[in-house]
Design a protein. Structure first.
Length: 525
């Protein structure tokens, strides 16, 4: 075969290949990095870039456009980006940040962009949704009517929550804020609520303790952990709560119920302040940018109870915020208090006195949950918050050695037993039936003659005997949330039996050990 024949054969083959080929041209917009450092980059050459658009750097790192101008754009990195330098090539993706959603995330630990962090296989997602989504409209929502039980007696009795509510957990560092949130997650182990926990700027050891607590006491297969550790890039920490909210919204929009824990938004605001100052946004109060209120408002407004036409699902948000020296009037706490439907305030003074959970019932409020409170507790807790607040005021006088009359002393003794009943260990949420039994005992004055030193034994005895000796009453209360006359009578009998075992009555009809001795013991109860 001559060279001419070979050339004609090659051209014929090439023509046949080209005739079957489909042209699919792609337009790639490219720019370059002008400055890079501290987790942000200034890029140029991408004039059509939009706010919140994903930017891809030369080494594969993703970034998010946070500020735009005619010539340059400010971009936050979603990873370390160690291979990026001034002059590096960047390309616009034309899309916004998205996160995988679906049943495949249950039981997993992921980053803010959906990458697995638990060493498991790749996430099997149903689809990818934008991390920034508009909040449901008013007409798409319904009234908050169903209770969300935390298993923490002081909250369920005095500051009740409803499904679809936004309730702030606020307090100083190391006062038990995360513990209250984790107890709430653990208490959903047998319920139909899916839990999503967002760790924002937390140490890896802290996040690991939370995950291990849920594995040990809760139901990990109904939880999703979205983690932006303290050593992650500021951009990764910043998108974490929005990604977690999108994951939780997937279950809400399917007609299911979801609980979103945001731990914590104080660190989130600090990260946003850091990014904003690096990108030369004008500082305002406490150097936060002017849109810091909108930062959290657009996030928390996405929590809602949906109408029946929209599936009837709910998304309950429990954001956490940190105060300094108990200052609730600081900028970020006041912003969050005005956005949410109430707050649970954990007071350092109560915590250091040994009262755990250290909930200050006078400064805590639920603006929605009272209407959804379980009927079994509501019938017992109508005047509980007022009685407890009065007791705390009266007790102050006894600490200075003031003489009180018998009537006042009786109120103080009753309040000390109420405080002992409201105390709980961490990671041990109580079922509704046990809470009702304890509240019934204290509300009817059955514990007024029981020594404070025996309160722990009484609580343990109720926990042991209630499911064993009164299973029908316990099951009825847990399933229906109602306290019928039959259940009330069964609980009274059980309380009397437990009290007789712990402190048998003496000949004069009172407990063998005096209840009103040792006021110092009551201080730390």
């Amino acid at each position: 075969m001559t060279m001419r024949d070979e050339a004609e054969s090659y051209l014929e083959t090439a023509r046949s290949r080209l005739q079957g080929a489909e042209a699919d041209p792609e337009l790639e917009r490219t720019g370059r990095v002008e400055e890079i450092g501290d987790g942000v980059a200034i890029i140029s050459g991408l004039p059509h870039t939009r706010l919140d658009e994903l930017i891809r750097f030369e080494d594969g790192t993703l970034g998010l456009a946070l500020t735009v101008s005619e010539t340059t754009h400010g971009c936050v990195l979603l990873a370390a980006g160690s291979g990026i330098s001034a002059g590096s090539k960047v390309t616009g993706t034309g899309t916004v940040a998205r996160v995988p959603v679906g049943e495949g995330l249950l039981g997993r630990v992921v980053s803010g962009i959906g990458e697995p962090m638990d060493g498991g296989p790749a996430i099997q997602a149903e689809r990818e949704d934008p991390i920034e989504r508009p909040a449901p409209g008013i007409v798409d929502r319904d009234l908050v009517t169903e209770p969300l039980l935390t298993g923490v007696t002081v909250i369920d009795a005095m500051i009740p929550l409803g499904r679809g509510q936004r309730q702030l957990i606020v307090g100083d560092r190391k006062t038990g804020k995360t513990t209250v949130a984790i107890d709430t997650i653990i208490n959903q182990r047998d319920s139909d609520v899916i839990c999503v926990y967002a760790a924002i700027g937390q140490k890896a050891s802290t996040v690991n303790r939370v995950i291990e607590a849920v594995k040990a006491h809760g139901n990990m297969d109904r939880c999703v952990f979205v983690v932006g550790n303290a050593d992650a890039s500021p951009g990764a920490q910043w998108i974490t709560p929005y990604a977690a909210c999108t994951i939780a919204e997937y279950f809400r929009d399917k007609g299911q119920h979801a609980l979103l824990i945001l731990d914590d938004l104080s660190k989130h605001a600090i990260v946003y302040r850091q990014l904003s100052l690096l990108l030369h946004k004008p500082p305002g109060r406490e150097a936060y940018p002017g849109d810091v209120f909108y930062l959290h408002a657009r996030l928390l407004e996405r929590a809602a109870k949906m109408s029946a036409e929209n599936g009837g699902g709910s998304l309950t948000a429990l954001p956490v915020a940190e105060t300094l020296a108990g200052n609730l009037t600081a900028y970020i706490p006041t912003n969050l208090i005005s956005i949410t439907d109430g707050q649970i305030y954990l007071e350092p003074k109560l915590f250091y006195e040994g009262q755990k959970p250290a909930v200050n019932v006078g400064m805590s409020v639920s603006r929605v949950g009272g209407a959804t409170q379980a009927k079994a507790i509501k019938s017992l807790a109508d005047s509980l918050k007022l009685d407890y607040a009065q007791f705390l005021e009266l007790e102050v006088f006894t600490r200075f050695g003031a003489m009180v009359d018998a009537r006042t002393q009786k109120k103080i003794d009753h309040g000390r037993r109420l405080r002992a009943i409201l105390g709980q260990n961490e990671y041990a949420p109580l079922p509704l039936s046990r809470q009702v039994a304890l509240l019934l005992a204290v509300s009817e004055g059955k514990l007024d003659d029981l020594p404070l030193s025996e309160m722990a034994r009484f609580r343990a005895r109720i926990a042991e005997r209630l499911p064993r000796d009164r299973p029908r009453a316990a099951a009825a209360i847990d399933e229906t949330g109602q306290l019928t006359d039959e259940c009330r009578a069964a609980l009274r009998e059980l309380i009397d039996l437990c009290l007789a075992e712990i402190a048998p009555p003496s000949a004069d009809g009172t407990a063998e050990t005096g209840a009103r001795t040792g006021t110092a013991t009551g201080q730390g109860a």
